[in-house]
Design a protein around this ligand. Structure first.
Ligand SMILES: [Zn+2]
Length: 308
C-alpha cells in the first residue's frame, strides 16, 4: 500500500488538495471547433459549481482550501488529434512563451501566489475527458475536457491530487458499486455521482485514516500503475468481451467507446435480463427482455424501447 500512496501523492506540483490552488481554464479554439460566448459561460458555471462543491466538502471536513480561478483562450491553427497530449502541451507552452507545461504551471503558481496549480484545457469536439498527471498515463498537471460530453471536471481535477478511478478493473468496480456507488471517482460523468469516497479523501490528503472501506478498494486493486491503467482504459473503452458492474446490474459483452455495443447481456439486480443487440449503451436491434415479473419481450428494440 505504501508504494501506491507514494506514487499517487507525489505527482508533480499537486500533492494534497489543500491550501490555495490556482485553476486555469483554457478554452481551446481549433478550426471548426470554436466556443461561443454562451458556451464558455456555461462551462465556467459548471466548473465553478464543481469547485464550490469541493470547497463545501472541505469546510465540512475541516480542510483549509481555496481556489484562484483564471480563464484563458488559446487559438490554434490545427485540429488536435485526440490523445496527442505531448504535442498539444508543447504547443500551449509555446503560445505562452515557455518550453514546457511544467514551466506554465510554475508561472501560474508565481502569478497566483500559490504552490499548486492545475490547467483545465477545454476542447469543443467529442472525446473522453481525462487527467494528465502522475497517476495517469501521462505526466503533467492538466485536465483535458471534451465538450460534447458531460464535463466531469470534478473527477478529473481530483486525479491531479492523487485520486484513482474506481470503475476499473472489474474487482475494484464490484467493490465500488457495493461501497460507494455515488462516488465521483466511480462515475465522473453522472451528475448523481458527486460523493468523495473514503479512499479518495485519503489519497487527496484530507484524512490520514484509511477506513476499512478504503482498504477494501485498495486490496481489490484500486491504484494501478500507469501501464495497468492504460491497458485497463483500453479495455474499458473498447473490449470484445468484458464485464461491467453498474449500481443497478451487471453487463457482459462488448464495449465500444465506453458504451455497451454489440451483442451482450444485461442482468439487473431486480432479476430482469436483456440479451441481444446494444448500440450506444442501449438495447437497440434484435433482443429478448425478460422483466423482473416474468414478462418476455422478444423482437426489435429501438433506443432501449421494445418495438415489437
Ligand atoms: Zn478517471
Amino acid at each position: 500500500m505504501e508504494n501506491i500512496l507514494k506514487r499517487y501523492k507525489d505527482c508533480g506540483s499537486c500533492r494534497a488538495l489543500r491550501g490555495t490552488v490556482a485553476v486555469c481554464a483554457v478554452f481551446v479554439q481549433e478550426p471548426g471547433n470554436v466556443w461561443t460566448e454562451a458556451e464558455i459561460r456555461e462551462q465556467q458555471t459548471a466548473q465553478t459549481e464543481a469547485l464550490q462543491y469541493l470547497l463545501q466538502q472541505a469546510r465540512v471536513s475541516g480542510v483549509p482550501l481555496r481556489f484562484r480561478q483564471t480563464v484563458r483562450r488559446m487559438n490554434t491553427q490545427r485540429v488536435w488529434a485526440y490523445g496527442d497530449v505531448q504535442g498539444f502541451e508543447d504547443a500551449y507552452a509555446n503560445s505562452e512563451g515557455k518550453r514546457s507545461l511544467s514551466e506554465c504551471v510554475a508561472a501560474l503558481n508565481a502569478a497566483a501566489g500559490t504552490e499548486q496549480a492545475a490547467f483545465v484545457f477545454l476542447f469543443k469536439k467529442e472525446g473522453v475527458s481525462f487527467a494528465s498527471c502522475a497517476s495517469s498515463v501521462y505526466f503533467s498537471e492538466a485536465v483535458f475536457m471534451y465538450g460534447k460530453l458531460h464535463f466531469p471536471v470534478l473527477h478529473e481535477l481530483l486525479h491531479l491530487f492523487g485520486a484513482v478511478d474506481l470503475f476499473y478493473p472489474p474487482a475494484v468496480t464490484k467493490e465500488a458499486v457495493r461501497l460507494f456507488p455515488r462516488s465521483v471517482m466511480y462515475n465522473g460523468a453522472d451528475p448523481n455521482c458527486r460523493e468523495l469516497d473514503d479512499l479518495t479523501r485519503y489519497l487527496i490528503g484530507w484524512t490520514d485514516q484509511t477506513s476499512p472501506k478504503a482498504m477494501a478498494l485498495l486490496h481489490a486493486g484500486a491504484g494501478l500503475t500507469a501501464e495497468d491503467i492504460q491497458r485497463g482504459m483500453a479495455e474499458v473503452f473498447n473490449a470484445e468481451y468484458t464485464t461491467v458492474y453498474f449500481p443497478d446490474g451487471v453487463y457482459y459483452g462488448p464495449i465500444k467507446n465506453w458504451h455497451m455495443e454489440g451483442r451482450g447481456r444485461m442482468e439487473w439486480n431486480d432479476g430482469a435480463v436483456y440479451e441481444g443487440d446494444f448500440v450506444g449503451g442501449r438495447a437497440h436491434g434484435r433482443g429478448t427482455l425478460r422483466t423482473a415479473d416474468g414478462r418476455v419481450y422478444r423482437g426489435v428494440f429501438v433506443n432501449g424501447k421494445f418495438r415489437g
